[in-house]
Design a protein around this ligand. Structure first.
Ligand code: G
Ligand code: G
Ligand code: MN
Length: 526
């Protein structure tokens, strides 16, 4: 059977998808987590670098502040002290004083070694500020090693300066980020780049990750580039922790899906087997006509009794049959069972036999043929067959359904709308389709509270039905009060525990002989 095979294959696909879902989510989740963790590491390293550079700047500015004691002093007088201060303090390559653009005195080169521009080997930046710092590629004395120059210029043209060797920062960079293979760059005021590069010879699938940070206190920027392999490693670490969990979820979800599929398939197989094993039988619930004061018909209701005597709830297996595409074969079986039962009935011509019709059957091309075949089979009993349709079954293919119903009604079949008021059917359907009966859902009947009170929605439904000449039946009537209210409001037909419960065929036959002919309490004397 090709359709079944196709379903099985789809089932496998579903199981595989269920298994993949946690894995895919796990991979995506761990990738995000790995990226975050690399970024976090980079932020830590960047902040450590920045705070070290800030500390260096602090000591440079402290040094420059202390140089103010040499204001206006000739170089030969202060040279010695400068040398001492420069050597005894950490970090410094040289310190000194300025006069205009010239270096007045240097701890390394003494009196007047040249211009500031010559010393830092580049144009002096135009900052307009009295305090500035700049990273430079080298100094006149050490041209091939980067440094940072700090300058303080006074309004009178005098000034002080300090140069810190870039090597301190490079060593620090190396301590902070070598193990992760970071490439690190630092700039003061956008000057020369002080950088530590690791040749990234670890090939990786991933792009390097770049991280920028700036100091809030000084014009210092750092950039860290983590090699792609770093992300790869972090991902591996996170996956090692989370993927076993994802794998367990994946297995669990596959099992649940497989179980669900098996249960679905088994509903279908079970219904098919139950038909063959004759586990279905019909119950019939009498319908009372308060004008004629007797039973004028029955509604056929399907029952499933398992071999162990347990009854399967009809709403449950009927829903399952509908979703498993078993409702049509099941209805064929029901019609067969009813036809057998009916042979034993002794009822007046015109006695009503109400049959519930599933939406899917109504849509099926064979529907009219099925009903007519059934009608022919029980023709000798001259019953009035009533098809009970739900509002829901009228929604799809309106014109097609209307045509089917019209052709059945031409042959004497009646049509009732079941559970009226519970579906999402607009009132206009009542005019579009040719209907005979309207069965008011028991929810509205339950709303009846007192005989002389009002039950607005129920009253409106009854009034509407009368206006468009539909016969009305009240479903689920359980009390005398409900019955009397309905009768008072012109509802001729009632069905419910108050009159009679659904019963099997043997009990029905006995019931029809006596109770079926007896008026309801109080009616006879009317
Ligand atoms: O009486 P009961 O609990 O069986 O009814 C439960 C639901 O099952 C009701 O909505 C009724 O309309 C529906 N039902 C009962 N018998 C049949 C049947 O033979 N065919 C269909 N399609 N529905 C039925
Ligand atoms: O949907 P439909 O009208 O086909 O369903 C009829 C259902 O209503 C059946 O399950 C039947 O057993 C149930 N039923 C019939 N009479 C009564 C009643 O008086 N009270 C309640 N609660 N259910 C009823
Ligand atoms: Mn019904």
């Amino acid at each position: 059977m090709p359709p079944l095979k196709q379903k099985r294959d789809l089932g496998w696909l579903l199981i595989v998808l269920a298994g993949l879902l946690p894995l895919v989510l796990g991979i995506i989740g761990t990738a995000i987590e790995a990226k975050n963790s690399v970024q976090h590491q980079q932020a830590l390293a960047a902040n450590t670098l920045l705070s070290q550079a800030e500390k260096m700047s602090d000591s440079a500015w402290n040094m420059i502040t202390s140089l103010r004691q040499y204001h206006y002093q000739p170089c030969d007088k202060i040279e010695k002290q400068l040398q001492l201060a420069g050597t005894l303090n950490a970090y410094f390559r040289s310190i000194g004083t300025l006069r205009g653009d010239n270096v007045n005195c240097s701890s390394a080169y003494g009196n007047n070694p040249g211009t500031l521009q010559q010393m830092i080997r580049r144009a002096v930046p135009v900052t307009g500020k009295a305090w500035w710092s700049l990273s430079i590629a080298g100094t006149a004395g050490v041209p091939d090693r980067s440094a940072i120059v700090f300058v303080r210029q006074l309004p009178d043209g005098e000034g002080f300066w300090a140069i810190i060797d870039g090597q301190y920062l490079l060593d620090f960079m190396s301590a902070v980020g070598s193990s992760q293979g970071y490439q690190m760059r630092m700039q003061f005021s956008g000057g020369s780049v002080i950088s530590l590069n690791h040749p990234d010879n670890r090939t990786s699938l991933f792009h390097p990750m770049t991280y920028h940070a700036s100091s809030s206190r000084y014009p210092i920027d750092v950039t860290l580039v983590a090699p792609g392999s770093e992300l790869g490693n972090a991902w591996q670490r996170v996956m090692f922790i989370f993927m076993p969990m994802a794998a367990i979820f994946s297995l669990l979800l596959m099992l649940l899906t497989a179980n669900w599929l098996r249960r679905r398939i088994s509903w279908r197989d079970e219904i098919r087997r139950a038909i063959q094993a004759k586990q279905f039988h019909m119950n019939y619930q009498p319908i009372y006509n308060s004008e004629k004061q007797c039973c004028v018909g029955v509604e056929a209701l399907m029952r499933w009794r398992r071999p162990n005597g347990e009854l399967v709830r009809p709403d449950m297996f009927i829903n399952a049959a509908e979703s498993e595409k078993m409702i049509i074969p099941l209805t064929h079986h029901v019609l067969h069972l009813i036809a057998e039962d009916v042979q034993q009935w002794a009822v007046e011509p015109g006695f009503h036999l109400a049959i519930n019709v599933a939406a899917e059957h109504l849509q099926h091309p064979d529907f009219v043929k099925d009903v007519l075949t059934f009608a022919r089979r029980i023709a000798d009993k001259k019953l009035t067959i009533t098809l009970e349709l739900t509002e829901h079954s009228l929604i799809k293919d309106g014109p097609g359904v209307a045509a089917k119903l019209a052709s059945l009604r031409e042959r004497g079949i009646k049509v009732a709308i079941d559970d009226f008021g519970t579906g999402h059917c607009s009132l206009s359907y009542l005019q579009t389709f040719e209907l005979d009966y309207l069965k008011i859902d028991r929810g509205f009947i339950n709303a009846i509270e007192q005989l002389n009170g009002e039950t607005p929605v129920l009253d409106a439904i009854i009034a509407l039905s009368h206006k468009i000449q539909l016969q009305v039946l009240g479903e689920g009537v359980e009390s005398a009060l409900q019955y009397l209210y309905l009768r008072q409001h012109g509802v001729m037909f009632i069905q419910g525990f108050f009159y009679a419960r659904p019963m099997d065929n043997d009990r029905l036959r006995n019931w029809l002989k006596i109770e079926g002919k007896t008026p309801l309490e109080g009616d006879a004397v009317d």
